[in-house]
Design a protein around this ligand. Structure first.
Ligand SMILES: [Zn+2]
Length: 281
């Protein structure tokens, strides 16, 4: 009898494994967003982890295996993932562009800025795309995904409204912040803050001596209030600039990744609130 029960048990195993949706998310922030909607109905693995830089990341053979095994692959797109996007494209998978429907911002050099998640209103669009994609892939769990989608939408909307009220109450405007690379234009759009940075929308290219000189002159003209390093970017250029201007670094923001070393960046929601608090408090 026991033998038959065991055989029955092992027969069931592949079925439950088959029923589970296997998902890959290209970077840690997106992985958290997908998990928030999918819960235990899906298994999610990430490619670029916390505190790591997606712009400069080189995919490994293991990444290729992860993508190959996945039923769905979530990416930010807009040029954010670079070589990961090429690898995904070569594997003919079901790809979901989480930023689909967002109005992209452009840098002064005319490049599309991929860091759309820093505007909480865009976060709602990411969640909607994730909810719809998971519901299409696993229709029997649509209700489950929908409830979680509604919960996330409420949380992010409340966070955004409360932050806007804070700015109004404290009459905060014309705020200028210096960061390592141009990752916060969407945050600037959400809260009317001006950001400047020695690196453009990607950390890949090094700023020239002229770019650095321009930033130093901008810092002096525009009265930069705060300077922040980023959890995943090389701090050296910014440290050099602060040395030349005598300004102090206020801390680190979480830009393109969640963080295990900086407090308050374990989830997308935490990242939104923690960046806001560091800039305005
Ligand atoms: Zn970036």
């Amino acid at each position: 009898m026991l033998k038959y029960l065991l055989i029955f048990y092992f027969l069931l195993l592949p079925m439950s494994a088959y029923a589970e949706l296997k998902v890959v998310a290209s970077f840690s922030i997106l992985k958290d967003m997908v998990s928030a909607i999918g819960g235990d109905k899906i298994s999610v693995v990430g490619i670029v982890g916390p505190d790591a830089d997606a712009h400069t990341y080189s995919p490994t053979a293991q990444d290729s295996v992860k993508i190959n095994k996945a039923d769905l692959v979530f990416i930010n797109a807009m040029g954010f993932e670079g070589s990961i996007e090429k690898l995904i494209g070569s594997q003919n998978k079901n790809v979901v562009v989480a930023s689909d429907g967002i109005t992209p911002l452009k840098s002064i050099q005319g490049e599309i800025d991929p860091h759309a998640w820093h505007d909480p209103r865009n976060g709602l669009i990411y969640y909607k795309n994730i909810f719809q994609a998971l519901s299409r892939a696993l229709p029997k769990e649509r209700k489950f995904f929908e409830e979680r989608y509604i919960t996330q939408t409420r949380k992010i909307t409340l966070l955004y409204e409360s932050n806007k009220r804070f700015l109004k109450k404290n009459k905060i405007d014309s705020f200028v912040v210096l960061t390592s690379h141009d990752a916060f234009e969407y945050f600037g759009q959400a809260y009317e803050v001006k950001f400047i940075a020695p690196h453009s929308v990607s950390t890949e290219s090094e700023p020239s001596a002229k770019d650095v000189a321009n930033i130093i002159s901008e810092i002096k003209q525009k009265r930069v209030q705060k300077i922040f390093l980023e959890n995943m970017a090389d701090p050296r250029n910014l440290e050099m600039i602060t040395k030349d201007t005598g300004l102090k670094i206020s801390g680190s923001l979480c830009a393109d990744a969640l963080s295990l070393k900086i407090d308050g960046c374990k989830t997308y929601y935490e990242l939104l609130q923690s960046n806001f608090n560091k800039i305005f408090n």
